[in-house]
Design a protein around this ligand. Structure first.
Ligand code: FMN
Ligand code: SF4
Length: 449
């Protein structure tokens, strides 16, 4: 049984309420940090813990905090990214819904470290019921002296405000999120300047994911050294994985980044195997943006070593051989799934979500969707496969924000590993439509080209 640092108390009855959370040891990290540590000491502790951002990119959190500019007299902000719109990712929802005070506790300690007196939680519009849960938790924390002026007599003031998004995936990108928080259309900004220098209302700002901020609580409570002992290499601590697709037990799991991918898929403690004893075809291990891995590369690395559920092993030195830990959205495909149809679904999503600021993304995502639709509906040509490859290459790295890359990688990986399936569609224009699972559902949304 893996160690639980975040979800340990999730099953305790009434843990959503302040009284129960406090009785179970809640808010001790705030006492420890505000009474015994300076803000820089908290940041150093987070650096030493090796914590990497859980929002997708895996950037070291302590290092990010140390970049925040501290100009005299200018307020700084911490913004919690609770947008969670990446298809296949629903771990932040679980954390906020069942352990709202854990996030508030992490936010207070992090705000202290960063000198943020006004902290925001940007939550996706669809999480309306969680907004209410968090607002209640914020009110309870404030009534009990954990928020407001001069918290615990430390001289530190902090307020937390909720901000509800309007349902755009792009608003999860940190600079688009900041624009949206300011009340503008959620268009990503060109970097530099980075938010740590010029963020919300041009003030120094740190944007962190929900899970990242919740992880600050165990780091402060147990100490960075102990935290860093969990996991392996640069994958320290625990990670929440939201598992879905063709598995017996979809849900959110906390893993300690030492277990194998095979154990995660087949182990009774985790996904519990594939329904009907079907064979494993492929998996997207880190949310829809990361490359899909076929079964032969999923359980073993290119060198034949056991693949582990952590940042290093999943990436395996690059996309040709591996994928990414990403946001921890683990999507499993059994032998009956059609990779072309799935890739079209994702292309359609990214086309729809592109903000349209840069032409490679705006035009390329629509073009990829159109070609994939043709292939899927039995109207594709062999040259379309090379054209698709070409388009995705021209998007990657040529856009303002990484949504362009996120649209390109799934297409690249699908062609890289499943080219024969694309060719089969071109060669079998009638059969491919029957073969395509769920086509009837899809036909409503997409007219054949
Ligand atoms: C298109 C796009 C969508 C994103 N959506 C999210 C999201 O929903 N939640 C999130 O935490 N990070 C998201 N990110 C990553 C953020 O830009 C940012 O890197 C992250 O919030 C930083 O937090 P972390 O350092 O704690 O991981 C997204 C990035 C892109 C490009
Ligand atoms: S890459 Fe796409 S989503 Fe990002 S700024 Fe450019 S057009 Fe907008």
């Amino acid at each position: 049984m893996g160690r639980k640092l975040l979800l340990e108390k999730a099953a305790v009855e009434g843990i959503r309420s302040y009284e129960v959370y406090r009785r179970e040891g809640g808010y001790l990290s705030v006492e420890k940090a505000l009474k015994n540590m300076t803000p820089d000491q908290v940041t150093d502790e987070v650096k030493k813990s090796g914590l990497r951002g859980r929002g997708g990119a895996g950037f070291p959190t302590g290092l990010k905090w140390s970049f925040i500019a501290k100009p005299e007299g200018i307020p700084r902000h911490l913004v919690c990214n609770a947008d969670e719109s990446e298809p296949g990712t629903f771990k932040d929802r679980y954390l906020m819904e069942f352990l709202p005070h854990l996030l508030i506790e992490g936010l207070i300690v992090s705000s202290y470290a960063l000198g943020s007196n006004t902290t925001y939680v940007y939550i996706r519009g669809e999480y309306a019921w969680i907004l209410e849960i968090l607002e209640q938790a914020i009110a309870e924390a404030k009534n009990n002296g954990w928020l407001g002026k001069n918290i615990l007599g430390s001289g530190f003031d902090c307020e937390i405000y909720m901000h509800r998004g309007a349902g755009a995936y792009i608003c999860g990108e940190e600079t688009a999120l900041i624009e949206s928080l300011e009340g503008k259309r959620g268009n990503p900004r060109i970097k530099p300047p980075f938010p740590a220098v010029k963020g919300a209302w041009d003030r120094p700002t740190v944007v962190n994911n929900v899970e990242t901020l919740a992880a600050i609580v165990p780091i402060i409570n147990m100490g960075a050294e102990e935290y860093a002992k969990i996991g392996v290499g640069k994958s320290t601590g625990t990670k929440l994985i939201s598992a879905c697709g063709n598995i017996n037990k979809p849900g959110v799991y906390e893993i300690d980044m030492t277990i194998s991918v095979e154990e995660f898929i087949y182990g009774e403690e985790y996904c519990g195997g594939i329904p009907g004893g079907k064979r494993l075809k492929a998996c997207i291990p880190g949310g829809s943006s990361v490359p899909i891995l076929p079964a032969n590369l999923l359980l073993k690395t290119a060198k034949g070593e056991t693949r582990i559920m952590n940042y290093e092993s999943l990436s395996d030195g690059g996309f040709a051989k591996g994928s990414m830990m990403g946001s921890g959205g683990f999507i499993v495909f059994d032998e009956d799934q059609c990779v072309v149809r799935h890739t079209l679904t994702l292309a359609r999503f990214y086309h729809h979500e592109s903000c349209g600021q840069c032409s490679p993304c705006r035009e390329g995502t629509g073009w990829m969707e159109k070609i994939l639709k043709n292939i899927e509906y039995g109207k594709g040509k062999h040259s379309d496969i090379d054209l698709l490859w070409d388009i995705q290459r021209k998007i990657e790295g040529n856009t303002i924000c990484p949504l362009g890359d996120a649209a390109a990688w799934p297409v690249a990986a699908a062609i890289r590993h499943f080219r024969d399936e694309f060719e089969w569609h071109v060669n079998n224009p009638v059969e491919c439509q029957q073969h395509n699972y769920g086509l009837a559902h899809y036909a409503d949304a997409l007219e054949p080209a």
